[in-house]
Ligand binder design. Structure first.
Ligand code: ZN
Length: 340
């Protein structure tokens, strides 16, 4: 099969890779209907994260089950399924508490390479969730978004305790930030402030329910949030970038007693203890337990109540993955869908 391999920062190739096979009786093999490039793939692409030799890329996936191992009970060949970036058993005590991305048996799907034609999914019964029937093609981008960016934005909103009557600020206008706006709207937020300086992204944020746009960032961004909230800060702030600046912008934009949900993968973030102590801000986040939310998100998409697939503003054949990485790196595209 063909699959995307990163050889070094900036060096993306589509190569012939070995077809995945069942290795454990709990595995499934799926034929991917679509895959995509994640904002987090840009960290190694830009050389911020080390690339340790040729690495198969991709951790967002939807597709049709081809084959299952002998111990797989719930998932059957022919079903359309969605999984997320950590495989999980969905039965251990951590999974049952809703933190499947910290499952005691978790396996990172990223290393298996979902930007390809086929994928081996470990712990298939726990990891994969089926749709009610085979979806029509126009729903596939939205289901693909549920695999990571929607689930991650949703967790950011839940971690930030978004709810009715609250003012929510979203730091970051990538796909996760935009879908955190969608999540905040679904969860009943009264006001949603999207922090973005890019017009196409501002438009999509408004489409998803943002009531205010703030273009300033850093200390000026914090000042604007305070202006909009009687000097107090937002009740809930979703951090969807992962840098020192975005994290501090999020904490400082939150009112005492408020909540930050941080879902941008942290890179060199250092928190000042004393400022944190006196802030009275709750911090919760981390790699989203997307599996927790998948049944609910699949139902919302199946019933066409939400359209998270709009974050894909560029679709390319898998063979042109390198162009897709470049477009996202240069922020010409919000998110790139790859057709196998
Ligand atoms: Zn588990």
């Amino acid at each position: 099969m063909r699959g995307v391999v990163m050889h070094a920062p900036g060096d993306i190739r589509v190569e012939k890779r070995e077809d995945p096979r069942i290795q454990l009786p709990t595995d499934a093999i799926i034929r991917l209907s679509a895959s995509c490039i994640c904002g987090s793939d840009l960290w190694p692409y830009r050389g911020v994260e080390a690339v340790k030799g040729p690495s198969p890329m991709g951790h967002e996936y939807v597709g049709v089950v081809q084959e299952v191992g002998s111990e797989v009970k719930n998932i059957k060949p022919g079903q359309f399924v969605i999984g997320s970036f950590f495989a999980s058993d969905n039965t251990c005590v951590i999974c049952r508490a809703g933190y499947q991305s910290s499952c005691i048996h978790r396996e990172l799907v990223g290393g298996l390479g979902a930007q390809a034609e086929y994928l081996r999914v470990p712990l298939a019964d726990g990891t994969l969730v089926t749709t009610p029937d085979t979806p029509s093609d126009d729903l596939i981008p939205s289901f693909l978004a549920a695999s990571d960016v929607l689930g991650t934005g949703w967790f950011g909103a839940v971690a930030a305790e978004v709810g009715p009557g609250k003012t929510v600020a979203v730091v970051g206008d990538g796909a996760v930030g935009l879908l955190a706006v969608l999540a905040a709207k679904q969860l009943g937020a009264e006001r949603i402030i999207a922090m973005s300086r890019h017009e196409p992204r501002q438009k999509l944020a408004a489409h998803y329910g943002a009531t205010h746009i703030v273009t300033e960032r850093g200390d000026e961004g914090v000042a604007r949030i305070k202006e909009l909230t009687d000097g107090l800060g937002a009740h809930s702030v979703i951090e969807a970038v992962g840098t020192q600046e975005s994290m501090m912008q999020s904490i400082r934009s939150t009112r005492p007693g408020g909540h930050v949900g941080y879902v941008g993968v942290a890179h060199d973030v250092r928190l000042p203890g004393e400022e944190l102590f006196f802030s009275h801000v709750h911090l919760h986040g981390g790699p989203a337990p997307v599996r927790r939310f998948l049944p609910e998100l699949i139902a919302l998409i199946w019933n066409r109540q939400i359209d998270p697939g709009k974050v894909f503003d560029l679709t390319l054949p898998l063979d042109q993955a390198a162009e897709g990485y470049q477009a996202m790196d240069e922020r010409r595209a919000i998110k790139v869908l790859l057709n196998p």
